[in-house]
Ligand binder design. Structure first.
Ligand SMILES: *Cc1c(COP(=O)(O)O)cnc(C)c1O
Length: 477
């Protein structure tokens, strides 16, 4: 190493020591930060002007630029007043686990390279399968997110329920509330758009069972091959749970694979108050579950669980000559034989660390708190004249809108978008709209355990008394 690099390495160590303390301060005071933060044109052009230098630059300079122009311009999805999308209420223990795991960078594709980490991953999978009520023989693995979990499960469903000849005739059933990653996954594994049947949802935004039965019968009568129903446990829009026992029954009758997309909602299995909403999940063949949503993990932490692990092995095991020795290392299949990835980080360790420190009970109570904050939001909104609840609080999500009687419906969508924008721009809270029953609505997802009643009251007040909302109300008068 030349003397420049030596000096930079030493300096990097000093910077990292300071970084830990600064980051802890940042998290301690996060509520003082704006939730929504975005890079301005000047920051972007400063960064891009750097290009890739031929000769290295001092690490101090690079560190400063990264802090000021990149990290400071990142929206805070872990902020207790981020109510947009599905926020990520990250635990400091997950962050600690992430930093520690990154430092050692285990290769978690096989047990040979990360024996203890592999045991932890298996133990967590076993525990989570137990929460879902899966029988002996079940299994699964950690993947980067719900989209990858869905893709992995759908591949296993296809290979278990269809011969190659049947693939062209196959049909999978989703609802109009199913997450887009399902259609994307089905597309990636070779199904045409017309092989995905979108079943309308009922007034609670759950898949309508009569329509599902009729659709399956019609497809069979037409000589097609129904092979999978994708139920959602906690839809992204409204937190709705599809009727799992009935879907299981229909799947049993017609020999279809039942996949549950629990990317968002499966975490309520940890809450003694809420878990009954997922009754019937134990009949499913596979389940997706994001830990980087309600289990407080930093990104890239999700599980795909299957009631019979041999289905993953059949779809994903390959045996190249260069992995012979590594694969012979243990009895159970290696992780690279259970999913699409070969080299992979040890994603389970941070969740393990978080659960070891917090315990499962506190995790469950934190989920109850999120549900309570959505109920409080609903209760407060109901007090404002001209405002309506479009979907009541379910699993920490509530949808509502400002709809004064005398405003033409064509202007109400825009009005609600303006309200969301105004509050988001204020920096106090982040709120987005979504579409339900053809209407634009404000949506709040209140998962963070440090969101207080005061945060909710202030946010509702900002929405209901925003300039956009008062102008809307004025026009009524
Ligand atoms: C978030 C979500 C997904 C996608 O998960 P990613 O981790 O973003 O890939 C899939 N399904 C549901 C129901 C979700 O809420």
């Amino acid at each position: 190493m030349d003397s420049f690099m030596e000096a930079q390495t030493q300096r990097a160590g000093e910077l990292m020591e300071r970084f830990i303390g600064q980051t802890l301060d940042f998290y301690e005071n996060i509520k003082r930060e704006d939730v929504f933060r975005k890079a301005d044109g000047a920051a972007i052009s400063r960064l891009l002007k750097k290009g890739i230098p031929q000769k290295g630059r001092p690490v101090d300079e690079v560190y400063r630029e990264m802090m000021d122009d990149v990290y400071a311009n990142t929206s805070l999805v872990q902020h207790p007043r981020c109510f947009a999308c599905i926020p990520s209420p990250v635990s400091l223990f997950s962050w600690m686990g992430d930093v520690m795991t990154n430092a050692f960078d285990p290769h978690a594709g096989c047990v040979m390279n990360a024996s203890a980490a592999g045991c932890i991953e298996r133990e967590l999978i076993r525990w989570m399968c137990g929460l879902a009520g899966y029988p002996k023989g079940c299994g699964g693995l950690f993947v980067s997110g719900g989209s990858m979990a869905n893709l992995t499960a759908l591949t296993a469903a296809r290979d278990d329920r269809l011969t190659e000849a049947e693939r062209a005739l196959a049909v999978a059933y989703v609802s109009d509330q199913t997450h887009s990653s399902i259609a994307k996954g089905l597309h990636i594994i070779g199904f045409r758009a017309d092989q995905v049947r979108k079943i309308p949802s009922d007034t609670n935004f759950c898949m309508d069972m009569e329509t599902l039965r009729a659709a399956v019968r019609a497809d069979l009568a037409a000589g097609r091959k129904p092979f999978a129903v994708i139920a959602t446990a906690g839809t992204t829009n409204t937190g709705s749970v599809d009727p799992l026992p009935e879907i299981a029954e229909i799947c049993r009758t017609y020999g279809m694979w039942m996949h549950v997309d629990g990317a968002f909602g499966a975490s309520i299995l940890l809450s003694s108050n809420e878990r009954k909403r997922l009754d019937g999940i134990e009949y499913s063949d596979s389940l997706s579950w994001d830990a980087h949503k309600w289990l407080r993990q930093t990104y890239g932490c999700s599980m795909v669980l299957v009631r019979d692990q041999s289905h993953l092995v059949r779809s994903f095991a390959v045996h190249p000559e260069y992995l012979t020795d590594a694969g012979a290392f243990n009895e159970a299949p290696d992780f690279w034989d259970l999913g699409p990835e070969l080299t992979r980080p040890a994603r389970s360790l941070k969740l393990w660390i978080t659960l070891q420190v917090m315990g499962s009970e506190a995790m469950g109570q934190m989920i109850d708190h999120g549900c309570a904050m959505a109920r409080l939001t609903e209760e407060l909104i109901r007090r404002y004249p001209g405002w309506e609840i479009v979907s009541p609080a379910r699993l920490g999500i509530v949808n509502f809108r400002c709809a004064p009687v005398n405003i033409p419906p064509s202007r109400i969508d825009r009005l609600n978008q303006d309200i969301a924008r105004e509050v988001t721009d204020s920096g106090y809270a982040q709120i987005l709209t979504t579409e339900l029953n053809g209407k634009r609505v404000l949506r709040m997802c209140t998962l963070h355990p440090e969101t207080t009643e005061e945060d909710i009251r202030n946010t509702v007040r900002l929405l209901c008394e925003s300039r956009a909302a008062s102008m809307g109300q004025c026009r009524t008068a």
